[in-house]
Design a protein around this ligand. Sequence first.
Ligand code: UDP
Ligand code: MG
Length: 318
Amino acid sequence: MAQAKYSLSVIIPVYNEEDNVVPLYERLAAALSALELPLVELVFVNDGSTDHTAERIQKLPQTETLHVNFIELSRNFGHQVAVTAGLDNCDGRYVAIIDADLQDPPELIPEMLSKIKEGHDVVYARRKVRKGESWLKKATAKMFYRILSSITSIDIPLDTGDFRVVTKRVVDVLKQMPEREKFLRGQIAWMGFSQTYIEYERDQRLSGDTGYTWRKMLRFALDGITSFSNFPLKVATISGFVMSFVSFLLMLYALYSRFVLKVYEPGWTSLMLSVLFIGGIQLVSIGIIGEYIGRISNNVKQRPLYLIKEKTNQDTEA
Ligand code: UDP
Ligand code: MG
């Protein structure tokens, strides 16, 4: 394994975080300086922000021991892809992933680092409390992770986001996982190795609004499920079988009432109901299959996952 240039890389995806960039930098710099690491890089990945985020990042001070590296994507690709771009372009022995809105306290990184140095490959942060988020978001998130863990064979830790510190080995493995539907917390859980966690209270975002719209969250949830579970396909198959069986019984009954009981005129209601019901099941099943086929076709296309418009590294500037 090649020697890493930095002792720590901090990956920060940013999307319209103009008022959070500087406070984040200050808190990170303060938290990390106590560690006296030889050389640290902050990798800001600007995910197509439409405000002054980019300029704010480029004005951040570079120091001897703290480099600010900047990746500007060509448009908004979404949080998971932005983090992936950061992971692909970092060079740290340890790598931390953190949100830019200060919901994840940077002060926890030293604790996570010291845990990882005990010999773990992944230290994730598990939220005990989530402040400043709507009950609907919390309830749906909770439900989603419970469902996910019950239908997947890997143990995706509950109540965790992507706030974590991992070793270079984990980053190298991630680079070998070419799937396009990124669900990093699932991919990392899938790897195994030695994983542990610390607990924390998730703060509210410092400023600005969430970049995760309901639409993005729904897509993320579907990616998580389809990437790690064929359970929905099984549901489609099983309900198909059950329905065929029930329809078969209904057919027997229809024939029986037609030829033996000789009552066959009424029955419009049951006919309609069963046709509609079977039609519904079929549509649902086709939809589920479509979700998977869509993802297969995405992977077959082999388009690049993201495009970098500009990349600034401290060394290239000099
Ligand atoms: N983010 C991003 N691209 C997006 C949406 C969000 O890079 O399309 C970043 C955002 O700047 C933040 C992190 O991902 O650093 C988490 O996003 P956010 O705080 O909006 O999500 P929430 O905490 O509400 O789930
Ligand atoms: Mg947030």
